[in-house]
Design a protein around this ligand. Structure first.
Ligand SMILES: [Zn+2]
Length: 275
């Protein structure tokens, strides 16, 4: 009897052991994060003029920059923000996103998702270069973009491809775990605009990274919960900052403020990627 029980136990164990390696056979997807320059630096800005509704930072000069990011998830790619438009303006990028991606041997058709933090012109400028990508954008922002008269601060024409039904769009009412495994998550952080989102990227070597969008534009307004005069909702801005900071602490995350030149060096210089 003991021998029978022993062999039953052996068979049971054999089944368990036979199954567990199978579960581990799918390798975790390679996830990388690359900084893409998305506009030409203007001179350092007196951030007291527009970036505080409480008269903070008067005379503080900060070097603001324009940053987009490429996230690789296995064989899929997500582009986070599309920066200033290509053109002749002083802040136009010297190299387009399409040309930067070409240096990485990527074509626009390979970008599965074009994810937009919010509808301001310096974040949507090159979105029309990615007509085959699924557009991910906060519902609050999409509602403004598609409103009959807009709001005068965004450019609906940039999204004509998706408004007309030529491209797939997913307006997000909340967070979105983009690939379903928790590694790339769009975070609902309203206040700067109605549907503003930030982004969480979980990297194997660098660890967790939180990308602000325009939740904050520079270190000082992140550190002191500064609210720019042009945000759409002050209370929502503060609530989003509170959530983001708690998340950063709990996840021991590296915070990247997209517009702050001081954060460029937190990632390897293009074309290298953080892993
Ligand atoms: Zn903005």
């Amino acid at each position: 009897m003991r021998r029978v029980l022993a062999s039953v136990a052996f068979v049971a164990c054999a089944i368990v052991f036979a199954q567990s390696p199978a579960r581990d056979q799918t390798p975790a997807p390679t996830i990388t994060l690359t900084r893409l320059d998305c506009g030409t630096w203007a001179a350092p800005t007196d951030v007291g003029q527009r970036f505080s509704d409480t008269y903070a930072y008067n005379g503080l000069m900060v070097q603001l920059v324009f940053t987009c990011y490429l996230i690789r998830h296995g064989d899929d790619y997500l582009l986070w923000d599309t920066g200033n438009p290509v053109g002749t303006a002083a802040t136009s990028p010297k190299t387009s996103l399409v040309d930067l991606l070409a240096q990485l041997k990527l074509t626009p058709a390979q970008i599965k998702y074009v994810a937009i933090s919010h509808y301001h012109g310096d974040h949507i400028g090159q979105v029309s270069s990615f007509p085959q990508s699924t557009l991910l954008i906060g519902k609050g922002d999409w509602d403004v973009i598609t409103a009959p008269n807009g709001n005068g601060v965004t450019n609906p024409a940039a999204f004509a491809n998706w408004i007309s039904g030529g491209g797939k769009v997913e307006p997000l009412p909340g967070d979105r775990d983009v690939f379903g495994d928790g590694t790339v998550v769009m975070l609902n952080m309203p206040g700067h605009t109605p549907g503003h989102h930030s982004l969480l990227v979980k990297l194997k070597e660098m660890g967790n990274v939180l990308i602000t969008g325009d939740l904050a534009h520079f270190h000082e307004n992140y550190d002191t919960n500064g609210v720019p005069t042009f945000n759409t909702d002050r209370a929502a801005s503060l609530a989003s900052l509170d959530r983001f900071k708690k998340m950063a602490a709990n996840l021991h995350a590296t915070v990247l403020i997209q517009h702050d030149a001081r954060d460029i060096g937190k990632l390897p210089a293009f074309p290298a990627a953080a892993k």
